[in-house]
Write a protein of this length. Structure first.
Lengths: 257, 385
């Protein structure tokens, strides 16, 4: 079984976000990790490989530091990686990511494509679905359970207030939600093997895209940090009185109820 | 000169940190409370290759060496000091020593289970009346031609009552002192005549088993003699120069845990209308902890680097062990003060840090003994090995 996992390198979940002088996110000193939802996808891919045999190929887009993320995936057990890296991909939007990933994946054989349901940095959750569309294959989002049999995948996905069981023909794109599995830690043997695995770097031209006419379709005029959290407030007085006052404050001041 | 970790070492560090957070941290409080040794943690460490440092891959080693081993142990010990013992108890103690001095048969028979975590390892020198003066031990192994018969008892053996395979040092030449000791590999599951008695009243290290081992006419097959007869003291000193890295690294990690906890607490706790970290006296405490912590870590890495490059490292190992041990005891003491009354509560880690820190002043060479090694080498009384 040819399994493809799309992986994005993101900020560590504990990273402190700061904006530089020109209002852009300053990522220079930030620790980078594999998008945690993509780790669920890698784990699921490795389980499929263990069951059916085959190969796990990681596909990513990114700059200089992106190979680190792929190597972590290699150490977990993925077999090889494809990294699309190009000056024209400095700051891609969701459309650009979907196009590029679809083009890169269409060059390799695939029976199933897995990825995280969302990247924790921009949180858009669009790329996988749009990529599936570009590839002309179905997609199932937010899966918490997966079984594969006879060219079909049966996946349980989270919906509002419950779950839904979906059957889909392969190849398909499935996106992983927390709960799908517990990603394995790389073993020391895995870490040792990681350095010898093939990491193919491709430019936009290599995946058949003309870089000159390639630009994002969406612009972000401004980024702003959330308002700093204010300190708590103590409502003094007898419990019954204080509760009344608290309810009033919640309704009138905080407009929370 | 390069003070950074390689890409692989960084991966080892991250993996060990995640391992400690996922597999050890959730049980710290419960297991401390029950003085419970969670054997599965050792199994998992073995499966992930965390017990195979500097061991050839043909015997199950992980293909990595001292710098990686120290990096991994540090992350584990930072979360729970007790679990640092397993890397020495399985890998740097018995496995590495068998790899250095053992026959091909011994290596094939014993090393794989130690590094895969199938076996719990141990090493035993200390007796009720023999501590620092290793050469004064009384446990005797009588040569009976095709086997030895061992009589005597060992005290304070880490891993002891859980141990499947261990090294035991015993007298083979009466009155020979250090020149009359030999080293034996004991297969505890197949050796009648050994009684394992848990030592339950320990000040710290509550989730790590410590035991008395009593040998009563225990039959040790001839092929379990490690190295040459009466060369046990030399083997023991070689081994201790390795296992002491477990202490040095564990102590440095404990100091780091105390520092991290203290910094977080000082940034949260307010008194007199400000964070306590704003008080100059707290800052002095933090500065001292940080300085000692950083120095301890550098000494640990320096000793590990020497070992990795097969250079003499005994003095540097003692420097690292003694300095890191002092740093840990100091940091644990200061942390308890910074945490105030909460530091004295068993719901906070300060008590465990302090209890666990005190071990380092005694085991694998007391502070005085390390002082003696450092000075003896410096004064030219003995070579740096
Ligand atoms: C938790 C724990 C785990 C242990 N695990 C193991 C293990 O796995 N295997 C094992 O074999 N042992 C183990 N030990 C034993 C440990 O190695 C000994 O306790 C240590 O070697 C010191 O011996 P001792 O306690 O008999 O002290 P002693 O040697 O009796 O020392 C008492 C005091 O005298 C001082 N002293 C002794 N000689 C000198 C000298 N020449 N110059 C100056 N001062 C001196 C010491 O510094 C100390 O302050 C463990 C101990 C503990 C507490």
């Amino acid at each position: 079984m040819n399994i493809v996992v799309c992986v994005k390198q993101t900020f560590d979940t504990e990273a402190k976000i700061v904006l530089d002088g020109s209002g852009n996110i300053d990522g220079s000193a930030v620790k980078l990790v594999i998008n945690p939802y993509d780790e669920y996808a890698i784990e699921e891919a490795l389980k499929l490989k263990e069951k059916f045999g085959g190969d796990v190929t990681l596909v990513s887009m990114g700059g200089e530091r992106a190979p680190e993320a792929l190597k972590t995936g290699f150490a977990m057990g993925a077999d090889r990686g494809v990294l699309v890296t190009d000056p024209a991909l400095e700051d891609p939007d969701e459309w650009a990511c979907a196009e590029v990933l679809a083009k890169a994946i269409s060059q390799i054989p695939y029976d199933i494509i897995l990825t995280g349901r969302v990247a924790i940095d921009d949180g858009s959750g669009q790329v996988a679905v749009r990529m599936a569309d570009a590839l002309g294959v179905p997609s199932v989002s937010c899966i918490v359970e997966l079984s594969v049999e006879d060219g079909k995948a049966v996946a349980r996905r989270e919906i509002d207030g419950g779950t839904e069981l979906v059957e889909v023909c392969l190849p398909a794109v499935l996106t992983a939600q927390k709960g799908l599995n517990i990603p394995r830690l790389p073993s020391m043997a895995g870490i040792m093997k990681a350095k010898n695995k093939e990491l193919k770097k491709l430019s936009l031209a290599d995946v058949g895209i003309d870089a000159s006419g390639f630009s994002r379709k969406m612009s972000v005029p401004k980024l702003s940090l959330p308002n700093p959290r204010k300190g708590g407030k103590t409502v003094p007085g007898e419990p019954a009185e204080a509760a009344k006052e608290l309810a009033r404050l919640l309704r009138e001041e905080a407009k929370a109820i | 000169m390069d003070f950074g970790l390689t890409e692989e070492q960084t991966m080892v560090q991250e993996m060990a940190k995640s391992f400690a957070e996922q597999e050890i941290a959730p049980y710290v409080e419960e297991d401390e409370e029950n003085h419970y040794y969670r054997r599965e943690i050792l199994t998992k460490m073995g499966e992930l290759g965390l017990l195979g440092w500097s061991i050839p891959e043909e015997y199950g080693g992980n293909g990595m060496g001292w710098l990686e081993g120290v990096t991994a142990l540090y992350e584990i010990a930072k979360v729970h000091t007790s679990w640092r013992l397993s890397i020495s108890g399985n890998c740097w103690g018995p496995a590495l020593t068998i790899n250095q001095w053992g026959t091909e048969e011994q290596k094939q028979k014993f090393i794989p289970d130690l590094v895969s975590g199938k076996a719990v390892g141990s090493f035993a020198m200390t007796e009720a009346n023999t501590g620092s003066d290793v050469g004064s031990m009384k446990t005797f192994a009588a040569d009976k031609g095709d086997h030895f018969v061992m009589n005597g008892s060992k005290m304070w053996i880490s891993g002891g009552h859980a141990s499947d395979t261990g090294l035991v040092y015993a007298v083979t030449k009466e009155g020979g002192g250090p020149k009359g000791l030999s080293c034996f590999i004991v297969d505890y599951n197949n050796t009648p005549g050994v009684e394992k008695i848990p030592i339950t009243k320990k000040v710290g290290m509550w989730t790590a088993p410590t035991s008395e081992l009593v040998f009563e006419n225990a039959v040790i097959p001839k092929e379990n003699l490690l190295g040459e007869l009466n060369k046990g003291f030399q083997i023991c000193m070689w081994m201790l120069n390795n296992t002491r890295m477990g202490c040095a690294t564990g102590a440095a990690a404990l100091s780091a845990a105390c520092l991290e906890g203290s910094v977080n607490y000082a940034n949260e706790r307010t008194q007199f209308g400000q964070q306590i970290g704003k008080f100059q006296m707290i800052q002095q405490q933090i500065a001292e902890m940080k300085m000692e912590d950083e120095a301890a870590k550098q000494l640990v890495y320096r000793a590990a680097w020497l070992k990795e490059n097969k250079m003499p490292s005994q003095q540097e190992t003692s420097l690292a062990k003694l300095f890191a041990c002092n740093a840990a005891v100091h940091a644990a003491n200061v942390a308890m003060k910074i945490y105030g009354s909460y530091g004295y509560s068993t719901e906070y880690p300060c008590g465990r840090w302090l209890r666990d820190a005190k071990q380092f002043e005694t085991l694998e060479g007391t502070s005085n003994i390390h002082m003696g090694i450092i000075a003896g080498i410096e004064l030219g009384y003995q070579p740096n090995r």
